[in-house]
Each structure stands twice: as C-alpha cells, then as structure tokens.
Design a protein around this ligand. Structure first.
Ligand code: UD1
Length: 425
C-alpha cells in the first residue's frame, strides 16, 4: 500500500496552479450521456475519481478519450444502462449516471451506493425526485432500477439541499416533457457549472445557483465544449498549507468568488491574503487565533474543508469549536491528529480544539479524501516525520498533490508498495 512521508516544519513558499474542480467534472462527464456528438471538456483534473467516471461511461458504451487535461467524450451510442457494483462501490458519485441514463435511454440500473467513512449518505431524494417525474423506481438485489418512457416535468422539493441529488434531477429534467421546478435545490458552484454546460448543449435551465431551479425539458441536447471551473476545495487546501506552515503562497487560476466563507474564516483566524480575480496571495502569518466554524451547504462553510481547518486550528491560540452539520461522522481524522499531539475532543457533531499545540510527526492512517488532506497539512506543520498510510484516498481528488507541494518547498515523497486496492470507500 502506498505511503506518503513528510518531513514537516518547512514554511511553504512559491506559486501553485489550481486544477479543475473534481466535483464539477464528475456530473459534467455523466451529463454527456444526455446527448450525442463529441463534447470536448477542458481543465479536467487527472484524479482517480474522474478516471473512474470515464471508465463507467466506457462501460456504458460511450467513447472517452483523455489527452492531458482535455477529455473528448462521445455518447452517440450507449450499449448498456447498468452501472455495476464493482465501480459504484469505489465511487459514490457513480450514481450521477442514473438521471441521464433514465432520461435519454428510458431505463437505468445503478448499484446502490453503500455507506462510507463519513456517514450513511442515502440517495432517497434522488429517487423520490425521479419518481415524481414519473419514473418507476425499484430496488432489486442491491441495485436501483428506474424506468420511464419519457420523464415528465414535476414540482420537486428536496427535504435537504443535496448536491449530487440536485445534479441528477437537473440532468433528468433537461430531457423531460414539460417544466420541472426543483425547490430547496443545492447552490454549489459545481451545480452552476453543470447547468452552464447543459445550457450550451441546448437545455433550458434558469436559477442554477439559487435554491429554485426551473428546467424546461427539450427533445434533445447537442454537443458542446466546456472549460471546468477551478477546484475550490483544492484552493482552500493549499491556502491552509500556506497558513499552517506560516509560509507565503500564491495560488493561480483559482476562483476566489467561490470561497467567500473560507476566506472570511481564514481572515478571522488572522491569515492575511490579497485576493485578485483569479489569484490569491497568502502572506506569512505570525500568530493565528482559534475560531469557531460551522459547516453548511453552500454558500456556508464547506464540509469538504472541515478536516483541513481542524488541522489548522491545532496550531492556533485558544479554543476552536468546529461543528459538522452536513455529514454525521466526519471526524475520523481527529483520532489521527491526536496521535500527532493535537488536543481535540469530539462531542457529538462538534470537535473542540485546544491550541496551540506543537504537532509531532507520527505514523497516521487516512480514512477518506478530505481527512487525508487534513493529515498531510498536519504533517507539513509537524516537527519530524509523518508517515500517512492508505494515501490512495488523496489520489481520488487531488491532482499531483505531492508534486505541487514539493514545488512550494515541502519535503514530501510517495513510497509505492504494490497496487492500490480497488475498495476506496
Ligand atoms: C457532494 C460532494 C461532496 C461534498 C457534499 C457536501 C460531489 C461528487 N460530492 O456529495 O464532496 O462533501 O456534496 O457538500 O459533488 N442526503 C439525504 N438524501 C439524499 C441525498 C443526500 O438525506 O438523497 C443528505 C446527506 O446524507 C447529507 C446531505 O444530504 O447529510 C448533503 O449530502 P449531498 O449534498 O447529497 O452530498 P453528495 O452530493 O453525496
């Protein structure tokens, strides 16, 4: 199993280029199924989850070709409407093919995603929305089966804003007969990016980015090119890398507009930054102070930055309370941070961090993608050597992370030992 070894304590300096957003690429790839012709997608991050989605499209019969950060996808012909367990178990976002398959090909069979390290993560809202649009949905032998001659527009209310749920329903509604309104929709920038792509292909969508999205179904979608938005979570992770090592880093080709909550919270903690249209410069900070954070759906503070902020708060002065409201058990990194000397107590959905601590390098185990990022950041700040096991989680969502960090002066290396296991939940 691969390990990443970090010798910490080096202030990071220099510039880093932000990659395209994984969580925008995944639904955009899935949405190519909605129409024919060749779509050329640029600024595609080469991360394992994106390659997995490409592989899934290939299994369904689409032609997928990667050329560096460009992907060419042609879904003129679909030969299967089944997303198999072996693939879905490695990536929950595979469920994003459900809406597009059903809308264009009248049926879809998608393995039911299981639980994962950060909570139970149901897909009931995806299914309820599709049923409201007239799909016959059933559960058979661990598979979701959905059928509909042609979906019909419906008024859908999501009990909780769900990102991939909103995306699935928006994609399905694009080809439905009549108008669909999704209320209490999620508002993440990745949803807007998907809507922009669909609109370029001929879909009629209004309100993406707000909590009411209206989709007027059309008969068919045509091909289009698209440039993926910058990854806001990768951007945030490198900002914390700069702050936690008391370094000075410049992030290029990012979109600060998508990071309001994080930038405000970092400033509250004492991090100084100059923000330009597509660039953020972070200045070396002397002392940081503990702050309280509550994760929420966008535009609230992103749950995908929670682990990284817990790591940062361990070196800040005073008490910080980090409340996780999106996922039920997303504090797996806390035990590992404690092994590095952090003083953190978890009480229900809150982590109380008492800082500052001098983190000390230790062997630690990564449990999921963002938890792994939190541990890398702690390792960069810690005295001595940190060894992170099960680091394959990082490859799911960070493009060339070790290489980018080395470019900023970090001492970080990957030690390969055999092949990474397929099971990555
Ligand atoms: C997406 C992101 C993930 C991020 C998360 C929250 C992708 C590929 N992944 O995941 O990185 O951490 O948003 O910002 O974009 N829920 C239900 N029923 C449903 C669906 C969701 O109860 O049918 C609940 C979930 O349990 C959770 C909350 O809604 O408590 C939000 O989850 P959701 O937005 O759906 O997360 P994902 O789309 O899976």
């Amino acid at each position: 199993m691969d390990r990443t070894v970090i010798t910490g304590g080096i202030p990071l300096r220099g510039e880093v280029q932000i990659s395209g957003a994984k969580n925008a690429t995944l639904p955009i790839f899935a949405s190519t199924i909605l129409g024919g012709g060749e779509c050329v997608i640029t600024n595609v991050p080469r991360v394992v989850d994106v390659l997995t989605m490409g592989k899934l499209l290939g299994i369904l019969g689409a032609k997928v070709h990667h050329e560096g950060s460009r992907a060419l996808i042609n879904a003129d012909v679909i030969t299967s409407t089944q997303a198999p367990y072996d693939l879905v178990k490695t990536m929950r976002a595979s469920v994003l093919v459900l809406g597009p398959l059903l809308a264009r090909w009248g049926e879809a069979t998608v393995s039911m995603p299981g639980g994962c390290a950060i909570g139970s993560r149901p897909v009931n809202l995806h299914l309820a929305g599709l049923a409201k649009m007239g799909a016959e949905v059933s559960m058979e032998h661990g598979y979701i089966r959905a059928k509909a001659k042609r979906l019909t527009g419906a008024q859908i209310y999501c009990d909780t804003p769900t990102v991939t749920g909103t995306e699935n329903l928006m994609m399905a509604a694009s080809l439905a007969r009549g108008t669909t309104v999704i209320e209490n929709a999620a508002k993440e920038p990745e949803i807007v990016d998907l809507a922009n792509f669909l609109v370029k292909r001929g879909a009629r969508i209004a309100g993406a980015g707000s909590d009411v999205i209206t989709i007027e179904g059309v008969r068919e979608l045509h091909e289009s090119d698209h440039d993926i938005i910058p990854d806001r979570i990768e951007t945030g992770t490198y900002l914390v890398a700069g702050a936690i090592t008391r370094g000075a880093v410049t992030l290029n080709r990012c979109c600060p507009n998508h990071l309001d909550a994080l930038l405000m919270k970092l400033r509250e903690a004492g991090v100084e930054m100059q923000v330009e249209k597509e660039r953020i410069r972070l200045n070396a900070a002397s002392r940081l102070k503990g702050i309280d954070i509550r994760t929420l759906p966008y535009p609230g503070f992103p749950t995908d930055m929670q682990a990284q902020m817990v790591a940062l708060m361990t070196i800040a002065d005073g008490m910080s309370v980090i409340t996780e409201t999106v996922f039920e058990s997303r504090f797996m990194h806390v035990e590992e941070l404690r092994r590095m000397g952090a003083e953190i107590k978890v009480e229900g959905n809150r982590a109380v961090v008492a800082g500052p601590t001098r983190l000390a390098g230790a062997p630690v185990m990564a449990s999921d993608l963002r938890a792994s990022a939190g541990l890398v950041l702690a390792g960069l700040a810690a005295e001595g050597t940190t060894e992170i096991l099960r680091v394959y989680h990082l490859d799911r969502g960070y493009e060339r992370m070790e290489e980018k960090l080395r470019g900023l002066g970090a001492m970080i290396t990957r030690h390969k030992e055999g092949a990474a296991p397929a099971e990555t939940r």
